[in-house]
Design a protein around this ligand. Structure first.
Ligand SMILES: Cc1cc2nc3c(=O)[nH]c(=O)nc-3n(C[C@H](O)[C@H](O)[C@H](O)COP(=O)(O)OP(=O)(O)OC[C@H]3O[C@@H](n4cnc5c(N)ncnc54)[C@H](O)[C@@H]3O)c2cc1C
Length: 405
């Protein structure tokens, strides 16, 4: 990580979080000169992408990681989700989705973000072809018609690239420098994330319970514990996070019930304010957006990273074969080919938040009817279990198990 910094590259990736690190790996086997710039050391406690959360990976993401050679490093930490149980607090509607009924080994896999970061960065270290600056922060960016000029670490280093990739998260500095606006909608909800141990160890069952304050997801972990993602109004989240362990367990048990047994131990609580952020375009002059820099979603359906990984997979494939990877026609191809998946997944996730967030009686009746119908509809279940392969458009090569070029 201390190799001399190249002064000219084809592709500079700003942000080595979950999506940026995956993109760098996807480009590792290509002939392009790639530089990855990341502000935080991957295993540091302040790394914002690889924190104490867990991520539900869809089968499509597993396939991408298998193709990139990352999966063997992750497999031992990944909990297969064999069944998902959905319920609506205070109403009768409920539904179950089984992997076996869909002919699948698993509906998805729950992976601790820290392990994901470790696996991605260990795999990067095995590819010396990728130049890495870490820890290093992009401090300035100038975008001209023929190149991007990046300044790193407050003017101490500068570099030119044919294209700069914004993988620097929802508050993207690259996006701002490219003059691309983002539409932000505050859900006025906070996700409280905590790991719990109960007297009924997890066994591959994930729960999604829709409550009056928002969805409450409970995901199984390999060590028998669960990750809880509890969506609450901001005031209530503050109150809940300030409770001692016993009072916190009692409040959680009250909202979630006894499906996972009695809560015996709770870990540290972390809070994430929830917003939908959607960049108005995915590309600008010599700049292109992936992951949260392009769109940050509500975690209700666990799709944000899965969608961002498909951004990275397709972008790698398009850039790999382009003589000038920052040419307008190349970037337009990326924007066009990502449009259907992006639009579909944003609409699906936002629609779920609204459908299950409403306490209007008519909406409550409609959603309980939908849940009951869903439970009886094999076609709808099949469609849902295939969500992680994308929402239409053509699937990237990595998702089909093929190398990027
Ligand atoms: C509570 C919660 C639960 C979630 N659960 C799921 C789930 O189950 N499944 C799922 O698919 N998604 C889930 N998500 C969404 C997922 O976390 C995001 O989609 C994912 O983190 C996006 O990754 P990213 O790499 O695009 O951005 P980030 O994770 O924000 O990473 C950005 C990176 O850029 C670096 N950076 C920023 N600025 C600079 C700079 N100037 N210079 C250098 N580096 C910089 C940062 O240090 C960071 O490493 C969840 C989100 C939340 C909030």
């Amino acid at each position: 990580m201390t190799a001399p910094l190249p002064t000219q590259v084809d592709i500079a990736i700003v942000g080595g979080g979950m999506v940026g690190a995956s993109l760098a790996l996807a480009l590792a086997a290509t002939a392009k000169r790639v530089l990855l710039i990341e502000a935080h050391v991957p295993d540091s406690s302040d790394q914002p992408s690889f924190d104490d959360r867990t991520t539900a990976l869809g089968n499509g993401s597993r396939r991408v990681f298998e193709t990139l050679g990352v999966w063997p490093r992750l497999a031992a930490h990944a909990t297969a989700v064999l069944e998902i149980r959905v319920s609506d607090a205070g109403h009768a509607g409920a539904a179950r989705l089984h992997a076996a009924e869909q002919g699948l080994e698993a509906l998805g896999y729950v992976v601790p973000n820290r392990q994901l970061g470790l696996a991605l960065w260990q795999q990067l270290a095995a590819h010396p072809s990728i130049a890495i600056r870490n820890p290093a922060r992009l401090s300035d960016l100038r975008l001209d018609v023929d190149r991007a000029r990046l300044t790193i670490n407050a003017a101490s280093e500068s570099i030119e690239a044919r294209v700069v990739v914004a993988a620097d998260g929802a508050q993207s500095r690259v996006r701002a420098a490219a003059g691309i606006g983002a539409e932000v909608e505050d859900y006025e909800q906070v996700a409280v994330v905590v790991h719990v141990a109960t007297d009924l160890p997890s066994a591959g069952i994930a729960y999604e319970r829709f409550t009056a304050t928002g969805p409450l997801a409970v995901l199984p972990l390999t060590d028998g514990r669960y990750t809880v993602v509890w969506t609450l109004a901001p005031d209530r989240a503050r109150e809940i996070c300030a409770l001692d362990d016993a009072a916190f367990s009692a409040a959680l048990q009250l909202d979630f019930g006894w499906r996972i047994g009695r809560i015996a131990q709770v870990g540290a609580r972390a809070a994430y304010p929830l917003r939908l952020s959607r960049a108005e375009r995915m590309t600008g002059t010599r700049a292109v957006l992936v992951g949260n820099a392009a769109q940050a979603l509500h975690p209700v359906a666990g799709q944000g990273f899965n969608l961002g990984l498909r951004d990275a997979a397709l972008l790698a494939e398009i850039l790999a074969t382009a003589p000038d990877p920052g040419a307008p026609a190349v970037l337009e191809t990326y924007e066009r080919r990502r449009a259907a998946d992006r639009r579909g997944m944003i609409g699906f996730t936002d629609g779920l938040v609204r459908l299950f967030g409403s306490d209007l009686p008519d909406v409550a009746v409609a959603r309980n009817l939908s849940l009951a119908l869903f439970d009886l509809a094999p076609g709808a279940k099949r469609a849902l279990s295939r969500l992680s392969w994308g929402f239409g458009g053509d699937a990237p090569r990595l998702l089909r198990g093929l190398p990027v070029n």
